[in-house]
Design a binder for this molecule. Structure first.
Ligand SMILES: NC(=O)C1=CN([C@@H]2O[C@H](COP(=O)(O)OP(=O)(O)OC[C@H]3O[C@@H](n4cnc5c(N)ncnc54)[C@H](O)[C@@H]3O)[C@@H](O)[C@H]2O)C=CC1
Ligand SMILES: O=C(O)C1=N[C@H](C(=O)O)C[C@H](O)C1
Length: 257
């Protein structure tokens, strides 16, 4: 263990939260505040000065903001030498590549970006990726609260990509579908050849079903977050780990093994 790692195990991690007044930000501030090995040193929302985080000595910043501001936030954190845990959606492969480029100039900094911090959701995605090669049909149905700004969800997009990769590796062709879309959108969006349907309804938090089909049988893999507290064990796990993982980590999977 390096001197730096020994020191960081003894002293609380100094954490700043971006998007602190949002639905997730409020929950993250509560969880960090309650964690004995963390100090909540900065709570920043729209209109606040980002330098409040560096002035307060934040070692890790947690970002739950919006896809249109997260790249600027992340660039700033990396420039300041602050590691980051990011739950905000909108990360395309091009965006991830830009983050890798910024990190290449700051070798000690770690960034962990996860489409979903729910442990059950991570397992749901892993199970879906595992099942994918055994079924000729697959569709994803994600369901969220109606104040969510983006569709489809980051989780659904990530799941579709995992499934598409597994199908390609198994040599499966396109999902069979003779239906003509009489009304545009009736068959949902298509991500890497996988149909994704986004449902929005009051009362929901974050839910996803992956429906697989083959001759004579279907398999449904479903995950439900009923409360944003469900994301907090994953967020805290990432905060504890991120400074010891220089470079970019995508997803929580590596931390659960
Ligand atoms: N990875 C995961 O496990 C999860 C990811 N999310 C994602 O996290 C993001 C936030 O979700 P919610 O909290 O529901 O949204 P929200 O709309 O309640 O919160 C976003 C907050 O960010 C603030 N904000 C906007 N621009 C900012 C800036 N430049 N600097 C600092 N703060 C700024 C807003 O004022 C707002 O308070 C979304 O992209 C959502 O999809 C949500 C839940 C779980
Ligand atoms: O906005 C949300 O609420 C959520 N966003 C993430 C996503 O888009 O996948 C994670 C979770 O589904 C909740």
């Amino acid at each position: 263990m390096t001197d730096e790692q020994e020191k960081s195990q003894a002293e609380p991690v100094r954490v700043g939260v971006l998007g602190a007044r949002g639905r997730m930000g409020v929950e993250v501030c509560k969880a960090v505040d309650a964690a004995p090995d963390m100090d909540l040193v900065a709570m920043i929302d729209q209109g606040d000065w980002l330098f409040n985080a560096s002035d307060a000595g934040a070692e890790v910043v947690v970002d739950f903001t919006t896809p249109d501001v997260v790249m600027d936030n992340l660039h700033w954190c990396i420039d300041q030498g602050i590691s980051a845990v990011v739950g905000t959606t909108g990360f395309t492969e091009q965006r991830l590549e830009r983050v890798r480029g910024w990190l290449a100039r700051k070798p000690g900094v770690g960034v962990l970006i996860a489409p979903n911090f729910g442990i059950g959701a991570v397992l749901m995605m892993q199970f879906a990726a595992r099942a994918a090669r055994h079924f000729e049909s697959v569709e994803i149905i994600e369901q969220h609260h109606p104040r969510k700004l983006d569709a489809p969800s980051g989780t659904a997009t990530h799941t579709a990509r995992l499934i598409a990769t597994a199908r390609a590796e198994a040599g499966l062709g396109p999902v069979p579908d003779a239906t003509k879309d009489e009304v545009p959108g009736a068959r949902g969006a298509e991500i890497d050849g996988v149909r994704v349907h986004a449902v929005r309804a009051t009362g929901l938090v974050a839910h996803q079903e992956v429906l697989f089909g083959t001759t004579g049988e279907t398999l449904t893999i479903r995950h439900d977050s009923y409360d944003r507290a469900s994301f907090m064990p994953g967020v805290l796990l990432a905060v504890r780990a991120v400074r010891h993982r220089p470079g970019l980590t995508v997803g929580l999977d590596a931390l659960l093994d």
